[in-house]
Design a protein around this ligand. Structure first.
Ligand SMILES: Cc1ncc(COP(=O)(O)O)c(C=O)c1O
Length: 343
């Protein structure tokens, strides 16, 4: 088995040693199942300290489950969810949001993965018309799937727009820590104005598990039933909770995310010295998007695995993780240069 670090995904990284230690620590004797245990209570309290004491916090197994069940809590089956065409809920969840919410996804094209209120407005003209699915939620990803980040002003404008029209704002925060690190704000500030957040842990150094955080606590009513019906209620919940507790402890979440972001900056900067490479998105989180000649991609991928993001234009996605090293980046760049020179 190859253990070499590549740039395919922060999901390819292992588990941070402090998280692994917390898992071992939680593995003592018996604890009540399904979240009725001390570790879960402590982890919920730690997350509340970040997002605000009024927040309702629920652990789930994965990011798709977090998104789907959070959206279920905000909608009824005749509703529609407005999202970017590049969003994970549209592109990468196998239709689960549609299947489990019954809602139509209304997708909008964007150059950078970010929705703007002006684009959403025309989708709202048929609110009240029983022939049309009724928009109820704007769902955004922070950071976006293209690695870009809504500024606080952009975020606030979207939240204000949604609320003024009776819509909720849901945030897919699979990499929320990276956004907070980039903007140098707290987790609460980075989602200020949102109603529900899928708060990711897996991409930030834990083994598995995400949290659904309702910033508007009234929306959490009935969520525990939705989570169970949605097969996201973990019986041995203490092990998800222990990982989040470790992530919150002494801001490990921030250290991991800031490191991954820094590595992406270093990588983007180094790509500037590879004439064949051209960046295609602002590098604001831990993702770098670039166009590279196909032969170079094929050659380099023999050593460092990463994905072709958009085959039609030879665009690749290079992802950094909490454990990416400067040597990894130097090695990738040297390989890229060698492959480019050999063309
Ligand atoms: C933006 C975003 N949302 C959600 C997810 C969660 O996915 P999963 O269900 O694989 O945990 C991912 C994973 O890649 C993601 O990139």
């Amino acid at each position: 088995m190859s253990t070499k670090r590549g740039f395919a995904s922060d999901n390819n990284a292992g588990v941070h040693p402090r998280v692994m230690a917390a898992l071992l620590e939680a593995n003592q004797g018996h604890a009540r199942a399904y979240g009725d245990d001390a570790v879960t209570a402590r982890a919920v309290a730690a997350i509340r300290r970040q997002f605000g004491e009024a927040a309702e916090v629920f652990f789930v197994y994965g990011g798709t489950g977090a998104n789907v069940t959070a959206l279920q809590a905000l909608t009824r089956p005749f509703n529609a969810v407005v999202c970017a065409a590049t969003s994970h809920i549209h592109m990468d969840e196998c239709g689960a949001p549609e299947k489990f919410t019954g809602c139509k996804l209304l997708t909008l094209p964007t150059p950078d993965g970010k929705l703007r209120p002006e684009q959403i407005e025309p989708l709202l003209h048929r609110i009240g018309d029983p022939h049309a699915a009724q928009p109820r939620v704007v769902s955004i990803s922070q950071p976006t799937e293209l690695g870009t980040i809504y500024t606080r002003a952009e975020f606030a404008r979207l939240a204000e727009f949604a609320h003024a029209r009776g819509l909720f704002l849901h945030v897919d925060g699979a990499r929320l820590a990276n956004a907070a690190a980039h903007l140098n704000v707290s987790l609460r500030e980075v989602v200020e104005g949102a109603d529900a957040v899928s708060f990711g842990g897996t991409k930030n150094g834990i083994m598995y598990g995400e949290a659904v955080v309702f910033l508007n606590p009234t929306l959490a009513e009935g969520y525990e039933f939705i989570r169970k019906q949605g097969m996201q209620l973990a019986s041995k919940m203490r092990f998800i909770a222990a990982q989040f507790e470790a992530l919150m402890d002494e801001d490990l979440w921030l250290m991991n995310a800031a490191h991954a972001n820094r590595m992406a900056q270093r990588l983007a900067c180094a790509l500037g010295s590879v004439p064949a490479a051209r960046l295609t998105q602002q590098v604001e989180s831990n993702a770098v998007f670039a166009v590279l000649p196909r032969e170079v991609v094929e050659e380099v991928r023999r050593e460092y695995f990463f994905y072709l993001w958009d085959e039609s234009r030879d665009e690749v996605r290079l992802m950094c993780s909490f454990d990416t090293t400067e040597e990894d980046i130097d090695g990738l760049i040297a390989t890229l240069k060698r492959a480019s020179a050999a063309r």
